[in-house]
Design a protein around this ligand. Structure first.
Ligand code: PLP
Length: 416
């Protein structure tokens, strides 16, 4: 078959496709220890809540209404209005329904936004997206219509007690060239669990405004929902910021609902793209979220169920890791949010890609670090020394996975 350039680019094997395929295979194998993917945990209290919510929405007809009608291209009006009111009240942001658009998952929003602000311009020049702090989310890597659309900056690394470390934006070397059309950062960060500090975020905001380009903050794990954030952090929005949110990490990844909060011009652009690409975003997730806001449950459950669940899980997982792997073998990025631990095997004699293959053979899935450096133009050995694991499965499974990880790390050292 002869594919177009678009076809060639979007059908090639990408990191995200490999990850999704491995996850899918793993999900079908009950023996596999899935520490690889980004699926949120099945939190019993949330599952019960969603079941009760769906039952009552089935009874009162709102579920039927969402299933049987198209929404407008900006997304379900009731959610736009309810969410804007919630954000005004909870965070004091000056937003109305005209500042919000919905998409089929935030992944589709990144595709829209990257290609809206970067790519080939009318003058023929290539504008690019800057990730000011690599490692960054693997899902961004292939979302550009043009090749070489991303550029990333290496972080500085602060060593912390107890075998932990933290990445910071290296402002001294950060260059926002004329070719940059958008700055993008995930906060909390997938894969590292980093939460860039308020000061760092404000500096990025200033840089973006000076350069008259938007700052995209990917808030898939952040505040005010799903609230998987354990470090002090102030949510930030102004008309130059595009804040992307999602229902996925609340426990609803199947709803495929992304939320974009931005100035009215950008929201208009997103709505028009929605119209062309999907007519309208799906309505089921938005109907659930509207009802959760109406009942006062969206922020309450984030604070009282979701955040404590992950916080307990991460502490337990770090304790388990340390029983099997001392700091000389493995450093851990300080866990400040999201659902992952980022492990740094500084002296490992093999790459983490080789380690990933060995772990996969033994039924343990984690993701090798090199995928998480989209746009980094230089080879950086650090990228081959890291690995991402989630802490979503139950403690017993996590411990079995960590025991196998420790065995494979020791084997790699023995072999040299
Ligand atoms: N942003 C980050 C940082 C993520 O980790 C993920 C999913 O893992 C997403 C966005 C995508 O979320 P959605 O399910 O809304 O497309």
């Amino acid at each position: 078959m002869t594919y177009s350039l678009f076809g060639k680019k979007f059908t090639r094997h990408s990191g995200i496709s490999q990850l999704m395929a491995d996850m899918n295979d793993g999900l079908r194998n009950p023996e596999a220890i899935m520490l690889g993917g980004g699926n949120p945990a099945a939190i019993p209290e949330m599952e019960r809540y969603f079941q009760t919510l769906c039952r009552s929405m089935l009874t009162d007809g709102t579920l039927n209404e969402a299933l049987c009608n198209y929404d407008g291209p900006q997304g379900k009006n009731a959610l736009l209005t309810a969410l804007a009111a919630m954000l005004r009240q909870a965070l004091g942001w000056p937003v109305t329904a005209r500042n919000i658009a919905l998409t089929n998952g935030s992944q589709s929003a990144f595709f829209y936004l990257f290609n809206l602000f970067a790519g080939r311009g009318e003058d023929g020049g290539l504008r690019r997206v800057l990730f000011p702090l690599a490692p960054e989310y693997l899902g961004y890597a292939d979302a550009g219509l043009e090749d070489k659309m991303f550029v990333a900056a290496k972080p500085t690394i602060a060593q912390l007690p107890d075998g932990q470390f933290k990445y910071h934006v290296d402002f001294e070397h950060l260059k926002v060239g004329e070719d940059i059309g958008l700055i993008c950062v995930s906060r909390p960060t997938n894969p590292t669990g980093n939460v860039i500090t308020d000061r760092e975020l404000l500096r990025l905001d200033t840089l973006a405004r000076q350069r008259r380009i938007p700052l995209l903050i990917d808030n898939a794990y952040g505040l005010p929902f799903p609230g998987i954030i354990f470090a002090p952090a102030t949510p930030l929005w102004n008309p130059n910021i595009i804040l992307c949110m999602s229902l996925s990490k609340l426990g609803l990844p199947g709803a495929r609902c992304g939320i974009v909060i931005a100035n009215e011009e950008i929201i208009g652009a997103i709505s028009n793209m929605n119209g062309i690409i999907s007519l309208a975003p799906g309505g089921l997730g938005p109907a659930l979220a509207t009802e959760m806001i109406r009942r006062g449950d969206l922020m309450r459950l984030s604070q009282t169920v979701i955040r404590p669940f992950y916080q307990q899980r991460v502490q337990q997982t770090i304790a388990t890791l340390r029983r099997y792997l001392p700091p000389e073998r493995c450093l851990i990025h300080t866990p400040e949010g999201a659902i992952f631990l980022w492990l740094w095997f500084q002296n490992l004699p093999i790459t983490t890609e080789a380690l990933y293959q060995r772990l996969k053979q033994r039924g343990v899935l984690m993701v090798p670090g090199h995928y998480f450096f989209p746009g980094l133009e230089t080879d950086w050995p650090h990228a081959q020394q890291c690995m991402r694991m989630n802490y979503v499965p139950d403690a017993g499974k996590i411990e079995r996975g960590i025991a196998i990880l420790a065995e494979e790390v020791e084997r790699a050292f023995r072999e040299t």
